[in-house]
Every structure is written in structure tokens, then in C-alpha cells.
Design a protein around this ligand. Structure first.
Ligand SMILES: Nc1nc2c(c(=O)[nH]1)N[C@H]1C(S)=C(S)[C@@H](COP(=O)(O)O)O[C@H]1N2
Ligand SMILES: [Mo]
Length: 196
């Protein structure tokens, strides 16, 4: 069985060092897959921001956009040109009030997973919240109802089953970052693991 392809010359310059192209779209989850109904789903804004809770209808009332983005898992598989629909991070940021003192954000998830970002890495124009994958509702195993996608960092930063954004004035570490992964995770610099 051959699960990975060597990148062809046309895409080789889009595959970061040490990565291979995956066939299909692998699922990478630590623990159980939470099952969350859209009717019960909420996204809570907390920490250094005006507290706010988004329901599914609130989320769908924000501008909706289509995205094509590459996806790089630190376990060495990549998938190019994944096709998503959802809400730009910048469009959600325009709908909330973040304290200017906020320098970092913690992503919180149904099931308890967390992962951290600097504000700079979070607020990038190409980042988005995804509810649709290749035109179909985002399957639970890929993070449905809603996940974040941060294309420029390893995909452990792209939290599935997202249910909270906590704004912070210092870096706190999320689940994998506390367990040896790099604090930032930039694939072109191979920021895979933290040296300690
Ligand atoms: N809540 C949650 N989000 C998560 C994970 C997880 O275990 N739980 N795994 C991360 C990792 S390591 C990767 S590579 C991607 C995988 O996304 P996929 O399963 O849709 O391929 O999700 C990330 N987001
Ligand atoms: Mo991953």
C-alpha cells in the first residue's frame, strides 16, 4: 500500500521540507471526536475582549467566503489546495471588540483541546473559520460544525470543534505545545518540536 506521493515538479515548491503529499484527507485527532449539533453549538469570546457568544445563526450572518489552502500536518503529510467555505478571521474580528492589549489568543474546543497563537499569526488575512469542506458540511472527524484554519502554520494550530477564543496579554501554551510541540509551528522553518 502506498499512502504518500512524492511531490511532482509542479507542486514541489509548495511542499515544505520533510513533508510528503497525502492521498485523500487523513484525519488526525487526539482522543474522541466530539459530536456537536449546530443547534447547540456556541463560540465564546473571552479574556481581553468584550464578552460575546456566537450562535450558529450569528456565525452564518457574518460574510461567507470560499478558500483554497494548503494543509501541513507535523507528522509529515501535506495536502495542497483544500477547498473550504466559512468566515474570514478578519470578518469575525470586525464583529467583536478585542482589547488592544491582547497579544495572544488561545483556541478552545469541544473535547478540551487547546492551541495557542500570537495575535499576529491569528489575525492574518488568509485565516478562516471553516464550516464546509468541498461543498459539504464539514464532517465531524474534520472538525465540524466549525474549525479554525491557519494555513501558514502546522495544522495542529487549526483547531477542530472550535468553541472559544480567549484573548491574552501573554503567551500561554496549548495542549500539544505543553507536550513538546513548537510554540509557533511554521512548516517552512520546520518548527516541529520545542527543544528543552
Ligand atoms: N480539537 C482538535 N483539533 C485538532 C486536533 C485535535 O486532536 N483536536 N488535531 C490537530 C492536528 S495535529 C491536525 S494535523 C489537524 C488535522 O485535521 P484533520 O483531521 O481534519 O486532517 O487538526 C488539528 N486540530
Ligand atoms: Mo497534526
Amino acid at each position: 500500500m502506498k499512502h504518500f506521493e512524492k511531490p511532482g515538479a509542479d507542486v514541489a515548491d509548495r511542499v515544505p521540507p520533510g513533508q510528503h503529499l497525502a492521498k485523500g484527507f487523513p484525519v488526525l485527532t487526539y482522543g474522541e471526536t466530539p459530536k456537536v449539533d449546530k443547534a447547540d453549538w456556541q463560540l465564546t469570546i473571552s479574556g481581553l475582549a468584550a464578552p460575546k457568544t456566537f450562535t450558529w445563526d450569528d456565525l452564518m450572518a457574518l460574510p461567507q467566503s470560499h478558500f483554497t489552502a494548503d494543509f501541513h500536518c507535523v507528522t509529515t503529510w501535506s495536502k495542497l489546495d483544500v477547498n473550504w467555505t466559512g468566515v474570514k478571521v478578519s470578518d469575525l474580528l470586525a464583529a467583536i471588540e478585542v482589547d488592544p492589549k491582547a497579544s495572544h489568543v488561545m483556541e478552545h474546543c469541544y473535547g478540551g483541546y487547546t492551541t495557542n497563537l500570537s495575535m499576529e499569526d491569528f489575525a492574518r488575512e488568509e485565516n478562516f473559520f471553516a464550516h464546509t469542506l468541498y461543498g459539504e458540511p464539514l464532517p465531524p472527524e474534520h472538525g465540524g460544525p466549525l474549525r479554525l484554519v491557519v494555513p501558514h502554520l502546522y495544522a495542529w494550530k487549526s483547531a477542530k470543534w472550535l468553541n472559544g477564543l480567549e484573548f491574552l496579554d501573554e503567551m500561554k501554551l496549548g495542549f500539544w505545545e505543553r507536550n513538546g510541540y513548537h510554540h509557533r509551528g511554521e512548516p517552512w522553518a520546520e518548527e516541529r518540536y520545542s527543544l528543552r
